[in-house]
Design a protein around this ligand. Structure first.
Ligand SMILES: [Zn+2]
Length: 51
């Protein structure tokens, strides 16, 4: 089960994988990785959408 409203974030620094929603994605882009603090951009996110 997956929706197009969720994103899979994979940190380029610590490789932590987290499923987030759109607002959480924005927060991560603004604040950096919650685990290691590395700056991230939207390329670090994949949609959970199968299409
Ligand atoms: Zn990280």
């Amino acid at each position: 089960m997956s929706t197009c409203e969720d994103y899979t974030f994979v940190c380029p620094e610590c490789s932590q994988s987290i499923t987030v929603n759109a607002s959480m994605r924005e927060a991560l882009v603004e604040n950096g990785c919650v685990i290691c603090g590395a700056s991230v951009n939207r390329n670090a996110f994949d949609t959970a959408c199968d299409g």
